[in-house]
Design a binder for this molecule. Structure first.
Ligand SMILES: [Zn+2]
Length: 305
């Protein structure tokens, strides 16, 4: 009734509604407002699906308002709140409140011990094309959104993959406060710096990096930031590999920032976005930018083959 990214008017508490996905469940008309088996089980299915989509595996219920609002949520947690905590005009919800502990246990159990039927269809993984792994501390940990974008960048230097890994890590003398999930070195080799399940610091935009796999590509240092054929060809291979692992059949690119950012990416699509839409940079450089329609069509053709 209200998109998840929007705030519903549900619990009488803006503070709660800003943070919550709110769900109204059919119940009896009078106390204890019992919920019948079918909506109860559908609510559990709904909670499992919701949490998978936001990369959470632990549903927490602490039984009272103060403990809940003071609980520091871990990145893998979602917490249950109830309407009567926020509004004196709310129905008592007695039956539901008595069952929330069971709901939290059941949902967490299904997320942590998935059966084939409830497992995420496309769990996070990393590319087998990786030949250099050098993890960067510059990341935000677990993503909070499903992967639906690929954002290729230009390095502004003809680096090898290990050089880029060093630059993203202060332990190896790196001075950058940045990272990417992958880098493609000048010989076409693939470096992994931030696991795909985690959010890199790459595109000057949290919203994009939560949704995108970011790929730094070795390039010339000046306009149009040309790349070697080996780098371009590996970029095609890596995009194809990523799309296959997340069940995507189309890689799409629109030469239009506003259209792209408003575009509702379909379940089987991956969207190409670029750094220049989020900051005053030329990244990924005109050389690659002009080839992005070809990246999208070539990869889509391979996925259909
Ligand atoms: Zn960039």
């Amino acid at each position: 009734m209200v998109d998840e990214e929007n705030r519903a008017w549900s619990t009488g508490s803006p503070e709660n509604d800003h943070r919550a996905v709110t769900v109204a469940i059919a119940s009896d008309k009078t106390d204890p407002y019992a919920i019948h088996a079918t909506p109860y089980n559908r609510f559990i299915d709904f909670a499992v699906d919701l949490m998978q989509r936001y990369c959470k595996d632990t549903l927490v219920y602490l039984g009272n308002k103060d403990a809940t609002l003071n609980h520091p949520l871990a990145p893998n947690e979602m917490i249950l709140t109830v309407y009567p905590w926020f509004s004196s005009s709310a129905p008592s919800s007695t039956w539901l409140i008595n069952n929330l502990s069971n709901i939290a246990t059941e949902v967490t159990n299904r997320l942590q011990n998935p059966t084939p039927a409830s497992a995420p269809k496309y769990p996070f993984s990393n590319s087998s094309l990786t030949s250099v792994t050098h993890y960067s501390p510059n990341n935000s940990g677990r993503r909070t959104y499903a992967i639906q974008r690929i954002t290729p960048h230009c390095v502004e230097g003809q680096l090898i993959a290990e050089g880029l890994g060093n630059w993203f890590d202060s332990a190896t003398g790196g001075t950058s406060q940045a990272s990417s999930n992958y880098g493609i070195g000048r010989n076409g080799e693939v470096g992994l710096y931030v696991d795909e399940r985690n959010r890199s610091w790459c595109s000057s935009n949290e919203n994009n990096d939560q949704r995108g796999i970011t790929i730094e590509c070795a390039s010339d240092t000046t306009h149009p930031y040309a790349m070697y054929d080996a780098v371009y060809n590996t970029l095609l291979d890596l995009c194809e590999d990523i799309c296959r692992r997340y069940g995507k059949t189309k890689l799409v690119f629109f030469d239009d920032k506003d259209y792209s950012l408003a575009y509702v990416v379909k379940e089987d699509e991956m969207l190409i976005t670029v750094h220049r839409w989020f900051s005053s940079k030329s990244c990924p450089g005109d050389w690659l930018y002009s080839r992005l329609p070809n990246v999208a069509s070539t990869v889509t053709a391979r996925l259909a083959a």
